[in-house]
Design a binder for this molecule. Structure first.
Ligand code: T46
Length: 140
């Protein structure tokens, strides 16, 4: 029997997906298909050359779903669903972080060589962003 929904504390803050390398003796290759990540792919962007000490993010999305992979280097993600907050390190090209809607994210502690590839479920739309944390908290 399904339990009663008692709030966003029961909804996972994020999911990690394995991205198995299809390697041979020339090196490694990872292929990401939409059936494996649970949403159709509309956009890909990448973040690189992030300066030392810089924080990025500081927003949530109303509808957007994304898969984030640190293809080189590392950084930390702080994720917050208005009830709980967790920090995790992304540092592997064979692990993807899936972030759903209504999840506040901040990124910090980028290594010099960090390249984040982000696969997104929607085209870029500034009206999908919630950029004020108090506004975000007040939406629950
Ligand atoms: C997210 C985290 C992980 C565009 O014009 N098109 C795009 O597709 C994107 C992503 C951004 N932009 C513009 C908007 C800003 O003028 O590029 C500039 C930098 O974007 P932003 O400050 O939002 O970058 P981050 O690193 O703070 O956040 C980004 C994504 O925007 C966001 O969706 O989840 O990476």
């Amino acid at each position: 029997m399904l339990g009663a929904f008692t709030g966003y504390s029961e909804v996972p803050l994020y999911q990690m997906v394995d991205l198995p390398p299809l390697g041979d003796d020339r090196g490694s290759l990872v292929s990401v298909e939409d059936y494996a990540i649970g949403f159709p792919v509309k956009r890909v962007y990448y973040i690189f050359h992030t300066k030392e000490g810089v924080k990025r993010g500081g927003h949530a999305h109303r509808r957007l779903r994304q898969l984030v992979v640190a293809v080189t280097g590392s950084c930390e993600f702080i994720l917050d669903n208005g009830i709980k907050r967790e920090t995790l390190k992304l540092d592997s090209p064979t692990e993807g972080l899936v972030i759903g809607p209504m999840t506040w994210r901040e990124m910090q502690n980028f290594s010099e060589n960090c390249v984040l590839v982000v696969i997104a479920s929607e085209n870029y739309d500034e009206s999908d962003y919630i950029r004020d944390y108090e506004d975000f908290k007040n939406m629950f």
